[in-house]
Design a protein around this ligand. Sequence first.
Ligand code: GUN
Length: 299
Amino acid sequence: MDTIEIRGNAIAEKVYVECLQELQVLKAQGHLPGLAVVLVGDDPASRAYVGSKERKCQELGLHSVKIELPEDATQEVLIAQIEKLNADPAIHGILVQLPLPSHLDEDAVIMKISPAKDVDGLHPINIGKLAMDDATGFAPCTPLGCQRMLIENGMGISGKKVVIIGRSLLVGKSLGLLLLQKGEGGNATVTIAHSRTENLAQVASEADILVAAIGRPGFVTEDFIKDGAVVIDVGINRVDDASAKRGYRLVGDVDFAKVAPKCAAITPVPGGVGVMTIAMLMANTIRACRMAEEGEARN
Ligand code: GUN
């Protein structure tokens, strides 16, 4: 089978062209979208993600603020920081990089972010709006990126059987809600499978569109795949590799070499979904600014 590789870069570039157009309009009206990213502790992967977000803001010409707190920061200090950002009119989007150190309560922290500035789409108000097909909310960025890749791939989502492996709020559960919504980019028949799903490979092999978001390198093998399926690999796993410059390499949740020959289309890792998360974060931040300035935000 001639397999199409769905690469993130070309699609992300399209999103950035849209972002720049919108940015030009906002700037002409005297508005500058601002994003604050909060990093607690020193996790190298989190630091790298935060750095990429900051660089992209600078490249596009958004206002960006990085708040770094030490590994042992208290819940009170972190929440005080969020409240300051909630009150700052130059900041339209707030993202607290996850995971947080284990002594901090992630849910309680996310709950403190103003829903109108929650460009990560994780506040219960925004998750609720996602579930209610209310377009005034924000959906999480990785699911938005996956949806956009499927739309751009042109194989269709409406009526298709989608199996998502992984039930995190950040990806699996939210992507399920997004693809289930009525309208363009939705109308799928969604199954969310996970580590306790019986006969997982068989469940997965019924999918027209299979999404792997479990965080286990190479977990999805050819027996999970229906011939001609579209496969979206959300996994970004670091595996030790002495021959690599950094001592590790990035691999997805899908065993690409075994799976690709059976697919109609598949996203590679790296080079697939990863860049889409940042692109959708930029799009959400610009939208948050427009909604704030136009008084559209309803929460
Ligand atoms: N950690 C990994 N991905 C994400 C994301 O999309 N948002 C946040 N806040 N943390 C993450």
